[in-house]
Design a protein. Structure first.
Length: 278
């Protein structure tokens, strides 16, 4: 199943996240549908990973099976059909618009083969993506996992087996320094990985990779470290409105803030209030 616009009967389709240029969908397909679906023609790049079950995809006269060990990468303009002879399946579909795809894969990228072997590394990235979607940190944690998965897919399916990691030759340390400053100063675009990358003229994958290489931590963790520091300051200054504090710091809710603080400090905001008032 290619995604939410497909015409194979589905049990459930839910949007996991929507970001600038990319959307992530969870698709649970029908129990049995042995015949071919109607023809579909999409205008996006899409990386589809199977969470359970399997199905057959046909492009022209070529058929391939997608399961938990083999994903597929679809490109704009393909004429595709689907069948489910073995029963139902559950998929994650990552839809990428052309502008973001070029930023991640490079302007010269061409498709070699659509099947992408899902090794343990890709499996782990997929699981981290779904987990990030449940944390509430869509614009950083989930965005980083999305661009990593898309970059892996682009490299695996590329005819040239190459993937653009930097644009314009900007050194990693310069990219990381600019990102640090933007996050610390709450500059425009610093509320998400993709707009931050656009601000610096690099791909989201290049920004994420460069930051981790220079800082030794992901951009997501660094941003959360900054927010935890601000929370500590507010709590130390007597702020008792935790829900308001969470909203002010950009967390999805109070529970999200509590999880993040505990992950960094091993303590809850309430416990920190006691520690900081002692």
């Amino acid at each position: 199943m290619s995604g939410p616009t497909g015409n194979v009967p589905v049990v459930a389709v839910s949007e996991v996240a929507r970001l600038p240029g990319v959307s992530v969908w969870a698709v649970d397909c029908c129990a049995v549908h042995p015949g071919w679906s109607d023809v579909e023609v999409r205008d996006d790049h899409r990386f589809v990973l199977v969470r359970g079950g399997r199905f057959v995809r046909r492009i022209g006269r070529r058929e391939s099976m997608a399961d938990t060990t083999v994903a597929y990468l679809g490109v704009p303009g393909e004429v595709e059909q689907f069948a489910h002879p073995a029963g139902g399946d559950r998929c994650t579909s990552i839809s990428v618009r052309p502008e973001l795809w070029r930023a991640i894969a490079g302007d010269d990228w061409t498709l070699g083969r659509s099947d992408v072997y899902v090794d343990a590394r890709v499996d782990l990235l997929h699981r981290r993506l779904l987990r990030a979607g449940r944390t509430g940190d869509v614009h950083f944690a989930l965005a980083e996992e999305v661009v990593r998965l898309v970059a892996v897919a682009a490299l695996a399916a590329s005819r040239a087996r190459s993937c653009s990691h930097r644009r314009g030759g900007i050194p990693d340390h310069a990219v990381a320094a600019a990102a640090r400053a933007a996050v610390l100063d709450d500059e425009p675009g610093s509320d998400g990985l993709i707009p931050l990358a656009e601000r610096f003229g690099v791909s989201p994958f290049a920004l994420s990779r460069a930051f981790s290489a220079v800082m030794g931590v992901s951009l997501t963790r660094y941003r959360n470290r900054v927010r935890v520091g601000r929370a500590l300051e507010r709590i130390e200054n007597g702020d008792r409105d935790l829900a308001g504090l969470a909203a002010g710091l950009g967390f999805s809710d109070q529970a999200h803030m509590t999880r993040t603080i505990r992950a960094h400090l091993g303590e809850t905001p309430t416990a920190l209030r006691t520690l900081l008032s002692a």
